[in-house]
Design a protein around this ligand. Structure first.
Ligand SMILES: [Fe+2]
Length: 219
């Protein structure tokens, strides 16, 4: 059985486009090395999984699930992350004008942009080890969608039923250490200046499959 392979999606901007918030060196390594490795390892795991399905080898199918979760999560998370960042001077980085619907929901849920940032920042600083922070739209069967700040460990992605990842922030050391050293709080402070609220608005208003279309595009 042949398996479709994922490829590394191109960045939607040059490697130096997010400076000074995130250095060119970090972006280049993060995208061309770290993300590329997740893609390579995901493809290898999926090929083995396909063989294990063909040969009805359930032990191998189970054994491969952690590699698919880790590397598939890495591919999902980084694909979403690149798209939810934008250069500081872009109009897309202004919450009120680039994301009017999401901005209203943030105010309704958290009291305002500043309160939201403070709560999100506290959640990010509370991550132990490597992980991610996400703003998630949670859709219920009958209720109006709500917003939640969620942290995930390692490369666990936001894929639960009814969950739409609106935007994510990478809190692995590889995302900031070369520039900020142990200054995790300064990295978080600066990454707020490069959040692409236009993309966040589109994900907030869209469906789960809309948010993940970037993955289909990498096949
Ligand atoms: Fe990363």
């Amino acid at each position: 059985m042949s398996v479709q392979k994922y490829s590394l999606p191109p960045l939607p901007y040059p490697y130096d486009a997010l400076e000074p918030a995130i250095s060119k060196q970090i972006m280049e390594l993060h995208h061309s090395k770290h993300h590329a490795t997740y893609v390579t390892n995901l493809n290898a795991a999926l090929a083995k999984y396909s063989s294990a399905i063909t040969s009805c080898d359930v032990p191998d199918q189970i054994q491969l699930q952690s590699a698919i979760r880790f590397n598939g999560g890495g591919h999902i998370n980084h694909s979403l992350f690149w798209e939810n960042l934008a250069p500081q001077n872009s109009s897309d980085t202004k919450l009120a004008t680039a994301a009017p619907s999401l901005s209203a929901k943030i105010t309704e849920t958290f009291g305002g942009e500043q309160q939201f940032r403070e709560k999100f920042t506290a959640a990010l600083l509370g991550i132990q080890g490597s992980g991610w922070g996400w703003l998630v739209k949670v859709e219920g069967a009958t209720k109006e969608p709500r917003l939640a700040i969620v942290t995930t460990k390692d490369q666990d992605p936001i894929v639960g039923p009814g969950e739409v990842p609106v935007f994510g922030i990478d809190l692995w050391e590889h995302a900031y250490y070369l520039q900020y050293l142990n200054g995790k709080a300064a990295y978080i402070e600066n990454i707020w200046t490069v959040i692409n609220w236009k993309t966040a608005e589109e994900r907030f208003k869209g469906s789960r499959s809309d948010a993940f279309k970037v993955l289909k595009a990498s096949l």
